[in-house]
Design a protein around this ligand. Structure first.
Ligand SMILES: Cc1ncc(C[n+]2csc(CCOP(=O)(O)OP(=O)(O)O)c2C)c(N)n1
Ligand code: SF4
Ligand SMILES: [Mg+2]
Length: 394
């Protein structure tokens, strides 16, 4: 079915010097210093331009942006419920369509963007996003800003929290150093695999701003439902000095932990540094360089770094499309398009030294002797579980 109205044609910016000077997300918000969840809002609004309506799910980018009587948004913006990014995008696009059809507003292309956090989008609102991405009638962009926790309610574990990270829900304890034992969900890959009619899916980070803005412009010009996943270092939740936000965003890509890619009309292209790595033009940095700069991994021992590295190596060496499609392939294959390299198609996973119960395998890997438990944070000062205060019945 043809998309109603015309999608705005937004050409790539290509260079930061050519980015529009106008700002549609300005000062007036109250996010933490160094917050890289606020920056993608600014870049996304700049890339989209004035003919844009934004809806935003509950989270830091709602609460910190909408203090009483102030807003950083210059374009129309509306809060929506935590899991409702997908529904609000479809509702807004459908409402515009109806108003235009009835002649109540001018018939013109208007960008519809619904943003959500990782808690709101990758966990709670996944069903609504999935539904929106099958609705080929509408032009819309679901923009998921991923700070890897439920940050606004004080850093709880989400489906996007990396393995091993300390959150308020996963503190290291006396028996288990690692409490977050789930590997991060591959949301853009999952959405791409299951929604063949989606016009455009991409990953990005505000640490590489032109790439991110050009992907927003490609999504809005695609003429149909689209999705972007954006990794945002969060100084409060990741425990680091705010001045390192940009550096960390880049390190996530250089270590291969977080890949950059876009899927246009079903064709996947790795982009930027990720593409260079896949083509063998650049080496992946060790994941340790990224992990050891963040307090949320301060309890890591050598075997934890090794386990993390192993999992990232698997993404690169065993997946059908490195870092994008999360399985290997056991049979004849016919992949065409702009995929730089498909490696080790027939690798059998059981040959990994990590074979065992997922999430527990690291405990069986004895690369170095396990150090005895060392109190790492708060244990002595505030008691074993500072948040588990005597129950007040609340
Ligand atoms: C249905 C519902 N459950 C719980 C909450 C409380 N709540 C408000 S913001 C938030 C965290 C959202 O996390 P995320 O989507 O990752 O956004 P972030 O805060 O990290 O920016 C939660 C749990 C809510 N507002 N609505
Ligand atoms: S907690 Fe993290 S995401 Fe939220 S405002 Fe602070 S830095 Fe930004
Ligand atoms: Mg979050």
């Amino acid at each position: 079915m043809e998309a109603p109205g015309r999608a705005l044609k937004l050409d790539p910016i290509k260079s930061i010097k050519k980015a529009p000077a106008e700002e549609y997300y300005q000062s007036g918000h109250r996010t933490c210093q160094g917050c890289l969840s606020a920056l993608p809002m600014r870049l996304m609004a700049k890339a989209a331009g004035p003919r844009t309506i934004v809806t935003g799910a509950t989270g830091c980018m709602y609460v910190a942006n909408t203090t009483y009587m102030s807003t950083p948004w210059v374009v129309p913006w509306m809060h929506t419920q935590l899991g409702a990014a997908g529904s609000s995008a479809v509702g807004t696009a459908a409402g515009l369509k109806a108003l235009m059809r009835k002649g109540k507003i001018k018939d013109e292309p208007i960008n519809v963007i619904a943003f959500c956090g990782d808690g709101g989008g990758a966990d709670m609102g996944l069903a609504a996003i999935s539904a929106a991405l099958t609705d080929v009638e509408y032009n819309l962009l679901i923009f998921l800003y991923d700070n890897e926790s439920y940050a606004n309610t004080d850093i709880q574990t989400s489906g996007q929290t990396p393995w091993g990270a300390v959150t308020t829900f996963s503190p290291p304890g006396k028996k288990h150093r690692i409490m977050q034992r789930r590997w991060k969900k591959n949301v853009p890959g999952m959405l791409a695999a299951g929604h063949p009619d989606t016009k455009y899916i991409a990953s990005g980070t505000p640490a590489i701003p032109v790439d991110m803005m050009d992907k927003v412009r490609a999504a809005l010009s695609a003429g149909g439902p689209t999705y972007m996943h954006v990794l945002d270092p969060c100084p409060k939740g990741w425990h680091y000095d705010p001045e390192h936000s940009n550096e960390l965003g880049k390190l996530a890509i250089e270590t291969g932990i977080y890949p950059l890619y876009e899927i246009k009309e079903g064709v996947c292209t790795l982009t930027g540094v990720t593409k260079q790595i896949a083509e063998g033009k650049r080496k992946r940095k060790p994941v340790r360089e990224y992990l050891e700069t963040q307090g949320r991994f301060a309890q890591f021992k050598n075997q934890d770094y090794a386990y993390f590295q192993k999992k990232v190596d698997e993404m690169w060496e065993q997946w059908v499309i490195p870092t994008v499609v999360a399985f290997s392939y056991g049979g004849p294959i016919n992949i065409t398009g702009d995929i730089p390299k498909v490696r080790n198609r027939n690798v059998v996973r059981e040959n990994a030294s990590w074979a065992g119960i997922p999430g527990h395998a690291h405990e069986e890997f004895k690369e170095v002797a396990d150090d005895p438990y060392e109190p790492w944070r708060d244990d002595n000062e505030l008691g074993e579980y500072p948040w588990a205060l005597p129950s007040t019945g609340q």
